[in-house]
Design a protein around this ligand. Structure first.
Ligand SMILES: Cc1ncc(COP(=O)(O)O)c(C=O)c1O
Length: 338
C-alpha cells in the first residue's frame, strides 16, 4: 500500500487536527466516574444544547451509544423496528440480540428511510401474537444507501406511525445531514426520543460519541454504560478534542459533500449501471455495485487509492477532511482507468 494513499475507506480514518491535539494536551480533567471531569461535562452540555435535549452522555463509540439507547428504551423480548441495512441491524455484530435481548424487525430501507407503513404493520402485528414493538430506530444520514439525509417530513410520518413507541436516531453523521439539508440538528432531534452522534468520523476527533435525550433516559444510559464497562476516568483529554470537533469541524463538511459528488460522477461515467446516481449523492458517501468489486479495489490500491466494501458486491468510497481536491483527482483518474 502506498504510504501517501488517498484513503477513501471511511471517514473514521481522519486524524485529530493540530487544534485538537493542543486542546487535548491542555484539557482540564477529573474523574468522570464521579462526574468530576469539567471537560466531559462541557462536551455533554454542548452536544445536548446543539440537539436541543435536556441531557447527554459521552461514550467511547457510536455502537455503544446505539446499544445504550436500545437497552434503556426497548425491553428484552420486544421488537426494534429498523432499516435492514442500518448499522444497528447489520454492523453491530448482533449486539441488539446479544446484549439487550431485543429482536430486530428489519424493514426495507434501500431508499435510505424507514417507511411508516412498516412501522404501523409491526405495531398491529402485536395483536396477532407478534412481539410488541419496543423501539423504532432510524439512521440519519443513512450510510448504506449512500449517505442519504432524511427530510423532516419523512421523520414526522415515522414518528406519527410509532404512536407512543420511543424513537432512537443513529445520527453517527447527523451533522452531515444538517450540512446537506440545512435542517438544524435540533429540529431532527425534536422528532426522536434519543439521538446519538459520532465525533470520530467526519468531525475528526480521535475517539467518542454522544447520546442525548431526556434526563431520566440519559441517567439510565449512564448506568448501562458502567455496566458494559464503558465508564471512563480522565476522559477530558478525549472530550477536549470532541469540543473542537463540535465547535469547528461541522462548517467544513460541505467540502466533503462536494468531493463525494465528483467521485460519484466519475463512478457513474465509468459504470452507468452500478446504481450510483450523482444527483442522489448529497453527503460524503459513494456506494455502488461495480461488475468486479475485488478487481476494482485492487486496481485502486495499485493507483494509490483505498476503498472498501460494506456488503458482498457493494463498494463504498467516503470523503473526509484528510482527502483534498488533489486526492479526489487521483481517485477519479483511477476510477476512469479501471
Ligand atoms: C451509521 C453508523 N452508526 C454507528 C456507527 C458506529 O460507530 P463506532 O464505529 O464508533 O462504533 C457507525 C460506524 O461506522 C455508522 O456508520
Amino acid at each position: 500500500m502506498p504510504s501517501a494513499a488517498v484513503d477513501l475507506r471511511s471517514d473514521t480514518v481522519t486524524r485529530p487536527t493540530s487544534d485538537m491535539r493542543r486542546a487535548m494536551a491542555e484539557a482540564e480533567v477529573g474523574d468522570d466516574g464521579y462526574g468530576e471531569d469539567p471537560t466531559v461535562e462541557a462536551l455533554q452540555q454542548a452536544y445536548a444544547e446543539r440537539v436541543g435535549k435536556p441531557a447527554a452522555v459521552f461514550v467511547p463509540s457510536g455502537t455503544m451509544a446505539n446499544q445504550l439507547a436500545i437497552r434503556v428504551l426497548a425491553r428484552p423480548g420486544t421488537l426494534v423496528v429498523a432499516g435492514a441495512h442500518q448499522h444497528v441491524v447489520a454492523h453491530e455484530v448482533g449486539a441488539m440480540a446479544a446484549l439487550a435481548g431485543a429482536q430486530p424487525f428489519a424493514v426495507p430501507d434501500d431508499d435510505g428511510v424507514v417507511h411508516p407503513d412498516d412501522v404501523r404493520w409491526a405495531r398491529r402485528a402485536a395483536h396477532h401474537h407478534w412481539p410488541e414493538v419496543g423501539l423504532v430506530c432510524v439512521e440519519n444520514t443513512h450510510m448504506p444507501s449512500g449517505g442519504t439525509p432524511w427530510s423532516l417530513h419523512q421523520l414526522g410520518t415515522v414518528r406519527a406511525a410509532a404512536g407512543g413507541v420511543p424513537l432512537h436516531m443513529d445520527g453517527a453523521r447527523l451533522f452531515n445531514a444538517e450540512a446537506a439539508t440545512g435542517i438544524a440538528a435540533a429540529l431532527y432531534a425534536a422528532e426522536v426520543t434519543t439521538v446519538m452522534s459520532c465525533l470520530s468520523k467526519g468531525l475528526c476527533a480521535p475517539v467518542g460519541s454522544l447520546l442525548a435525550g431526556p434526563e431520566d433516559v440519559i441517567a439510565a444510559a449512564r448506568h448501562e454504560r458502567h455496566r458494559l464497562g464503558g465508564g471512563m476516568r480522565q476522559a477530558g483529554v478525549l472530550a477536549a478534542a470532541g469540543l473542537v470537533a463540535l465547535r469547528t469541524m461541522v462548517e467544513r463538511l460541505p467540502e466533503d459533500h462536494r468531493r463525494a459528488r465528483r467521485l460519484a460522477t466519475a463512478v457513474a461515467e465509468r459504470w452507468p449501471d452500478a446504481g450510483c446516481d450523482p444527483e442522489r449523492v448529497r453527503t460524503n458517501m459513494v456506494v455502488f455495485r461495480p461488475p468486479d468489486p475485488d478487481g476494482l479495489l485492487d486496481h485502486l490500491r495499485r493507483h494509490g487509492v483505498l476503498g472498501g466494501t460494506i456488503a458482498p458486491g457493494v463498494v463504498r468510497l467516503v470523503t473526509h477532511h484528510d482527502v483534498d481536491d488533489a486526492g479526489i483527482d487521483i481517485a477519479c483518474r483511477a476510477l476512469a482507468s479501471a
